[in-house]
Design a protein around this ligand. Structure first.
Ligand SMILES: [Zn+2]
Ligand SMILES: [Zn+2]
Length: 441
């Protein structure tokens, strides 16, 4: 398997003398398997140069698979310049997470509306197919491709591509689920010792991979003021990849404010941190033009997931009960969920919530941890004690991001644990992930 980086920048293209080495084009990675199949991860501005290269190869007809992690600007901006889509006889299969109430095709058509671009998506001569994804295992371009939701203020999936006896994993854009990575009562450095279910699932998704390409936009110092923006630090990536037994990590989605020297310093810090972990993890900062050939090192352990390919959730109307004793927070959450076309009901205390659930079981409960009287944890315990509500998905909202509270939440059986302050897009994508997961079982 061959991997080539065409764009390594996050947020916005940043050309200029300061970024010559690591590159100024936004996210785009080309994966070519031994059988000649091409999988393109994201189509940021880097996709233009890739398209030029493909055209120069002069093949009569080309087939491309484009896998979008999500449809933020810096990941789709190169798509209208992907010239193979302008050639009749070519085919382009496009994959990406289903949008919030809008299919992937419509999202891509949006940036090619006449106001923004002269060629309409419908006018492209190539045969284009669209595939909306949730979590599961798929076959794309002859490769086994697993998808899993990431933590980002938009529905975003990570990809694990297994072919030619190797596994490469693409995890851009993503931020830690929890401030604390490790449980206090377990030895750090092992997947089982990871505190938050989300981070543990993330580690398992990359386990044993030959290459992990991971968002590492911020330094740990910068991250303090950029929480909820949906990006990681090299510190998180190195720790989690070392625990997951990853062979090599490429840090990417470089911040537009970081010049070559700054990124070289990040690389140094990341390497010395990896050395401390002594798992043999090789880490570097991805640069434009970097090409890697992945060779099998041992029998590949295929990724196993409980999830089969899941039914799309966009078409269904879900019922969500929101329980919070703060009227402002309650109103804000209800508005956000109603805008996503969920049927929302509310309660302002635990006993009322239990009564409502008893009368009519919702699809999801969004539950505040700290409430006067019966708190969220007491509601959880009551729900899990009853067979009828043992499986009810519960997303717990809390200002308590400390290790004991997070642990108590998961031990009580919450499905997800979201700490305040959160952004609305972050909340709605976590709600969607909860619903998509629980609908499959
Ligand atoms: Zn991005
Ligand atoms: Zn993004």
């Amino acid at each position: 398997m061959k991997v080539r980086f065409w764009g390594t920048r996050g947020s916005i293209a940043t050309p200029g003398p300061e970024t010559v080495h690591f590159g100024g084009n936004t996210s785009c990675v080309e994966v070519t398997t031994a059988s000649g199949n091409r999988l393109i991860l994201d189509c940021g501005t880097g996709a233009r140069a890739l398209a030029v290269e493909l055209t120069a190869q002069g093949k009569k007809a080309s087939n491309s698979n484009i896998l979008f992690g999500h449809t933020h600007w810096d990941h789709i901006q190169g798509f209208p310049f992907f010239s193979p889509a302008f050639v009749k006889g070519n085919s382009v299969a496009i994959y990406g997470p289903e949008g919030s109430r809008v299919p992937l095709r419509d999202v891509l058509a949006g940036q090619m509306e006449f106001t923004y671009f002269p060629v309409d998506l419908n006018e492209l001569p190539a045969t284009i197919t669209y595939h909306d994804l949730t979590e599961g295992i798929h076959t794309i371009g002859g490769a086994r491709v697993a998808t899993q939701f990431l933590n980002h203020p938009a529905m975003t999936v990570g990809y694990r591509i297994e072919a030619d006896g190797v596994a490469m994993v693409y995890l851009v854009d993503h931020e830690p689920f929890s401030d604390e990575l490790w449980r206090a009562d377990a030895e750090p450095g092992h997947i089982e010792s990871i505190l938050h279910d989300g981070d543990r699932r993330h580690a398992k998704f990359m386990a044993g991979a030959d290459l992990v390409i991971h968002d590492a936009q911020y330094t740990p110092e910068e991250y303090l003021s950029k929480k909820t923006w949906g990006h990681s630090t090299y510190e998180y990536v190195v720790q989690i990849a070392a625990a997951a037994g990853v062979r090599r990590v490429a840090l990417t989605h470089h911040d537009p404010g970081h010049d070559d020297q700054f990124i070289a310093n990040i690389e140094r810090s990341a390497r010395s941190l990896a050395l401390q972990h002594a798992t043999g993890l090789d880490v570097f900062c991805a640069y434009e033009g970097c090409e890697l050939v992945l060779e099998p090192r041992a029998a590949l352990r295929a990724f196993v997931t409980e999830a089969v390919v899941q039914a799309p959730v966009a078409q269904r109307r879900f019922r969500i009960l929101v329980v919070d004793d703060q009227p402002d927070t309650l109103t804000m959450i209800v508005r956000a969920l109603e805008a996503e076309e969920y049927d929302v009901s509310t309660a302002t205390n635990g006993p009322d919530a239990l009564r409502l659930i008893d009368g009519d079981l919702p699809d999801l409960l969004v539950l505040d941890y700290k409430m006067t009287g019966m708190d969220g944890m007491a509601v959880m315990n009551a729900l899990r004690a009853e067979p009828a509500t043992q499986q009810l998905p519960v997303l717990m909202l809390t200002a308590m991001n400390d290790e004991p509270s997070t642990r108590a939440g998961f031990e009580a059986g919450v499905t997800d644990y979201v700490t305040k302050p959160f952004s609305i897009p972050q909340l709605t994508s976590r709600v969607r992930a909860c619903l998509a997961r629980t609908q499959s079982t």
